[in-house]
Design a protein around this ligand. Structure first.
Ligand code: HEC
Length: 111
């Protein structure tokens, strides 16, 4: 009996962990400083065709890909139909966490 209960608890724990939203791992407040210093040059003005922060129509389909895909594209660089997103916005010193924070800030401002 107790084996069944512990197996059930185990299954519950797995479900609980895997249902945590990926964006919860990132900090939008910390991301704002990164955005302001290194992403806004393109994403505030639409320079080189970058999708503007706050432009829901431009961001809707991108956000639909999921935060993980957006973070990977921003971290590793991305060539899309609009233009080129440089890896880490051109600042190699940013960690993936920094980029995730900035992406989370952008997403929160654009949905
Ligand atoms: C030199 C200009 C430039 C800078 C700086 C820049 N971006 Fe971009 N970014 C772009 C362009 C252009 C695109 C659109 C690419 C496309 O879809 O064709 C883009 C797209 C993106 C996307 C969407 C990717 C997707 O899958 O749709 C994210 C997320 C993003 N940028 C995050 C960032 C973050 C975070 C920073 C700062 C660390 C940053 N960008 C800095 C130009 C820039």
């Amino acid at each position: 009996m107790s084996r069944i209960i512990s197996a059930a608890l185990c299954a519950l724990a797995v479900v609980a962990i895997s249902s945590v939203d990926a964006s919860a791992a990132y900090d939008a407040t910390a991301g704002k400083a990164i955005y302001d210093s290194s992403c806004s040059a393109c994403h505030k003005t639409g320079l080189v065709n970058a999708p503007k922060v706050g432009d829901k129509a431009a961001w809707g389909p991108r956000i639909a890909q999921g935060v993980d895909v957006l973070v990977e594209h921003a971290d590793k660089g991305f060539q899309g139909k609009k233009g080129t997103m440089p890896a880490k916005g051109g600042k190699a010193s940013f960690s993936t966490q920094d980029i995730g924070n900035a992406v989370t800030y952008i997403v929160e401002q654009s949905k």
